[in-house]
Every structure is written in C-alpha cells, then in structure tokens.
Unconditional design. Structure first.
Length: 435
C-alpha cells in the first residue's frame, strides 16, 4: 500500500514536470519579435558582405576592361622620363602617358603594354584620319636574342588580303625616342608633331605572340584585340572609341582599281605595242606618219588619264600612299612626253635641213627613241609590279608578272633586231625617215 502511494506520487511529479516543460516550450510573442529582428540583421549583413565581395571581384578580375594603373615616371636605361598626364587604356592592360607642348603643338608619348610572352611584341600606332588600324603609322617593339628592338610599320589596306607586317618608312612626324623591356612589360617612348590646328588623333595598339624575321605574327581576332582603339584629345585626354569619324571607304579600293586598269592598259599594253609598231613602220614613211604617230598620241593620252587618276587616288589617301610608285609614274610621263617632242621635231623638220640641234635629233632619232623606249620599258615593268603589290595579291602573281615581263622584253629585243637588220640590208637609205 505504501509502495503504491509512493509510485503514485512519483507519477504525479513526472506528469507535472512534463506539463511544465510543455508550457515553457511555447514561444512568447516577445521571443518571436526578437527572433525576427535577428533574422533581418543576419540577412542585411549577408547582403552587405555579398556586395563588397562582388565589387572587389569586378575591380580585380583579369579581363580587358581592367587595365593596369597608369604611371607618369619611367626608368629608361640611366635616365628617368617624367610625363605630366597619364591614362589607362580600355584594352589589354595598356596605359599611355604624355606631355603636350602647346606653342610647338608637339606631344611626347609613353605607351606601356603587356606582352603575351618573352618573344611577343607590343605595338603603338597613330592614325590622323580616323579610329582605324588601316592607315596608321606604327612602332612595334619586341625582344631579340641580345637586346630590345623597335621597328616602323606602315599599316596599309594590304593587310586585308595579306595580313603580314613588313618594315617600312612611316611619317616623319611620328618618331621613336627609345624602348625599354622589363620581363613582359614593354614601354615605347615616341614623339608626335601635330599638324597646325590639329587637336585629335587616334591611338591604335595591339600585341602578338611572336616575331619571325622582323615580321610580327598576326594578333588575335577576339573582341578585345579588334577594339583596341581610342582617341587622344590634347585638351581632354584619352576619349572613347568612335569620337574620330572615318571617311567613307578609307581604302579607296574602287578608285585604285579604276586607276590600275587605265594605267595598266595604257602603259602596259598600248605603249609597248606602239613601240613595236613604230619600229615596223619606220621604214615606211607614210605608215609611220599616219598610223604610228596617232597611235602613240592615243596611248600617251590614255596614259596621262591613268596618271591623273593616280593623282586623284593620292589626294584621297592623304599621306598614306606609296612614294616610289608615284616617282616612277612621274619618270614614265617625263620620258613619254620627251618622246612626243622628238616625234614632232622629227616629222616637222625638212629633209635637207642641216646643222643645229634639230638636225642632230633627226639624224640620231632612232638611237634616241630606242634608248628612251628601252628605259621606259623597265620603268613601266617596275611601276606595274608595284601597282600590283599594292593590292597584296598572292605570291604567284609575282612569278607570273616576272615571266610576262621577261617574255615581252625578249620579244621586244628580237623585233628591234629584226627590223634593224631589214632596214640595213634590204632598204638602205630608202628615204628621209630611215635616217
């Protein structure tokens, strides 16, 4: 009995503890509010931490938009070069520093780029016409076996068909000062003499993996490499892409093709054929006077049309034209004009006229004409070859033009020799035109 009562008391104690536990385990309203406040505080803290981490990641991630911090001082061999302004460029971790002298309208530039490897290259170009690679004058720096090297390159529209850079002269207003290479960092110091009233020009830069025989390997064609262009304003510094508009059809390829066709037909076909016709008809005075002379005047007129069309293309291209091509054209026109003058003196002078310059021209007309035609033939061959190279054809065109030139020259010599033999042995002293 006593045992049963003790057990009942223990059971009542247990049930009362369970009841107290269940009652105390129910959350009060004040506890619920506290828990909600804690959850809100934790969520806000997480948002702040996430925003901070995202900002740090965007600012430090290695993409094209995150450029290296620009610097205004550079150690160049034993001297330190200082610049008044600097700016980070938009692509390829590059930067530019500059000094501008207003009274002389001259700028000194220090371009800093990051190479892709120990044998890679970094280049800086200047385009005074528009924000485009084609038409730029560029200095490209790279490491050789023993030292650093920098070469000048003219970026013409030949790159459309033949994307290989070859060293060549550039505008004298854009000069190199020095280059320094430290590990993969390359700094190019240049000077640029701006034209009167010029305040803007385009900066073009890029980099490549290697250099072989002074020919830089092509750069990548991704978005970062194709958009590495900016505009430098002497008053406002580096600006966004597109502020320096390009003229329509900067390469002027249709005008160049038109000029090439006219000049090629005139000087490459009509003129050499006219020379042979002249040698054939020289033994026949009437044919020489009424057939060859008008034909030669026609070919010369078409050739002058080709020359003036070339001048029009040169004016459109500004400073971006081949000076050797232009000088050869001037030489061809001068010789052709001199031949016309000889024809006039040769035909207009009377047969019995003796003494003086006109008589010597008449007496030695064949020799003069042969030498001039011989020289002009080589000039025309070189001119047409240079014109073909401006369109950057494949290498097989070089061989084709060499074969054609050799064949035409051989045919020309054989015909001249045959005609000379005919004149001496079969028609000696036939008339006044054979002198």
């Amino acid at each position: 009995m006593i045992t049963r009562m003790v057990g009942m008391e223990e059971w009542h104690r247990g049930t009362s503890k369970e009841a107290e536990y269940h009652i105390s385990s129910k959350p009060l309203r004040s506890d619920i509010r506290t828990m909600k406040k804690r959850k809100v505080a934790v969520s806000r803290r997480q948002v702040v931490i996430l925003v901070v981490l995202t900002t740090l990641w965007i600012s430090t991630r290695p993409n094209g938009l995150a450029a290296a911090i620009c610097t205004k001082e550079f150690q160049d061999t034993e001297t330190t070069r200082s610049y008044a302004n600097c700016s980070d460029l938009l692509r390829q971790k590059a930067s530019i520093a500059w000094n501008y002298t207003r009274h002389s309208n001259k700028m000194e530039l220090a371009f800093s780029g990051h190479s892709l490897g120990e044998m890679g290259w970094v280049g800086l170009g200047i385009n005074n016409r528009c924000s485009e690679m084609v038409g730029s004058d560029a200095w490209i720096a790279f490491r050789t076996i023993n030292e650093s090297s920098v070469q000048s390159y003219k970026l013409t529209d030949r790159l459309y068909n033949f994307p290989v850079l070859q060293t060549g002269p550039i505008d004298n207003d854009f000069r190199i000062i020095s280059v320094s290479i430290t590990d993969l960092n390359i700094v190019i110091h240049t000077s640029l003499q701006l034209k009167p009233n010029q305040t803007k020009f385009a900066l073009v830069w890029n980099r490549g993996p290697s250099v072989l025989f002074m020919m830089p390997a092509p750069h990548a064609l991704d978005e970062e490499s194709l958009s590495s262009v900016a505009v430098m304003d002497v008053n406002n510094g580096v600006q966004d892409i597109g502020k320096l508009g390009c003229p329509i059809n900067i390469s002027h390829r249709p005008q160049k093709k038109k000029h090439g066709i006219i000049a090629g037909v005139a000087w490459g076909i009509l003129y050499p054929v006219g020379i042979l016709i002249g040698w054939y008809t020289l033994c026949f005075p009437q044919a020489f006077l009424y057939a060859y002379v008008p034909y030669h005047l026609l070919s010369f007129g078409v050739g002058m049309a080709g020359y003036y069309s070339g001048n029009a293309v040169r004016d459109l291209s500004g400073s971006q034209y081949d000076s050797k091509h232009h000088l050869l054209a001037i030489g061809i026109v001068i010789i052709g004009t001199f031949q016309i003058l000889l024809f006039i003196l040769r035909v207009a002078s009377p047969a019995g006229y003796g003494g003086g310059l006109v008589w010597h021209i008449r007496a030695w007309f064949c020799s003069y004409n042969f030498v001039l035609a011989f020289v002009n033939f080589f000039l025309i061959a070189a001119e047409i070859y240079g014109g073909i190279r401006l369109f950057s054809p494949s290498y097989k065109w070089d061989l084709k033009w060499l074969v054609i030139s050799c064949f035409a020259f051989s045919l020309y010599i054989c015909n001249c020799a045959g005609i000379q033999k005919y004149r001496r042995h079969f028609r000696p002293g036939v008339d006044e035109y054979t002198q």
